[in-house]
Ligand binder design. Structure first.
Ligand code: PEP
Length: 247
């Protein structure tokens, strides 16, 4: 089957921003979005800023989403945010199982799959993040670890899996300035692609994330199974983010 996958470049603002700083950033994204050419642009903002993102981005070619979602639709879950609430604010995307959530909040792969299911039920597109630690890589366990992270998500069934985006983010490359080589990233993307193909979902987009910058984006995007990027630090400056998208 030919590749119909549209490139997607998504910013993860993490817990950064303020009303004033976001206004400048969003304005820069909207005014420079044409530089992304055919690539799709998106940002994942902290919950309190989703209304600001919606107000600035509605009707533009930049879409927006959130960085986490509850597995529950509603109820006594203080501090949590449901997928329906995110949909109310026009979110298109939600990150599920970012490595910082897995490491700092103990999210399991089963919970990540449940989050993806609750996002799908509300009409959002989950961006399911997977990735190995440096210890996993040194122990030659990359495929085993990624496979275990993917299994509960793939068990949601082909119809669900076809509606996902996957982000491969080696933990050792996130926020460290250390990027996987294009060949290292491609090898894992190809492994993920094969797992998706077995579920009849080979056209799912697989993003790479981990210290992506304008200077390394082109060589990553040249790989056959890398369909775009999930960008943390470099998404906080409109110019750098747009340079990545233009790569
Ligand atoms: C991320 O937060 O998903 C990420 C990839 O961060 P950074 O680009 O800063 O490594």
């Amino acid at each position: 089957m030919s590749n119909t996958r549209k490139r997607l470049v998504m910013g993860n603002w993490k817990m950064h921003g303020s009303l004033a700083a976001n206004a400048t950033l969003l304005d820069g994204l909207v005014s420079g979005a044409a530089r992304a050419g055919d690539a799709e642009l998106a940002v994942c903002a902290p919950f309190p800023y989703l209304a600001q993102a919606r107000d600035a981005l509605a009707g533009t070619q930049v879409s927006w989403g959130a960085q986490d979602v509850s597995i529950h639709a509603q109820g006594a879950y203080t501090g949590e945010t449901s997928a329906g609430m995110l949909a109310d604010f026009g979110c298109v995307w939600v990150l599920c199982g970012h490595s910082e959530r897995r490491a700092l909040h103990g999210e399991t792969s089963a919970q990540v799959a449940a989050k993806a299911a609750s996002a799908l039920a509300a009409g959002l597109t989950p961006v399911v993040c997977v990735g190995e630690t440096l210890a996993d890589r040194d122990a030659d366990q990359v495929e085993c670890v990624i496979g275990d992270q993917l299994d509960p998500v793939l068990a949601l069934g082909a119809d669900a899996v076809r509606r996902l985006v996957i982000a491969y983010e080696p933990v050792w490359a996130i926020g460290t300035g250390r990027t996987a080589t294009p060949e290292q990233a491609q090898a894992v993307h190809a492994f993920i692609r094969r797992a998706l193909e077995k579920r009849d979902a080979g056209q799912v987009r697989i993003l790479y994330g981990g210290s992506v910058k304008a200077g390394n984006a082109a060589s990553l995007f040249a790989q056959p199974d890398i369909d775009g990027a999930l960008v943390g630090g470099a998404s906080l400056a409109a110019d750098e983010f747009l340079n990545i998208a233009a790569a």
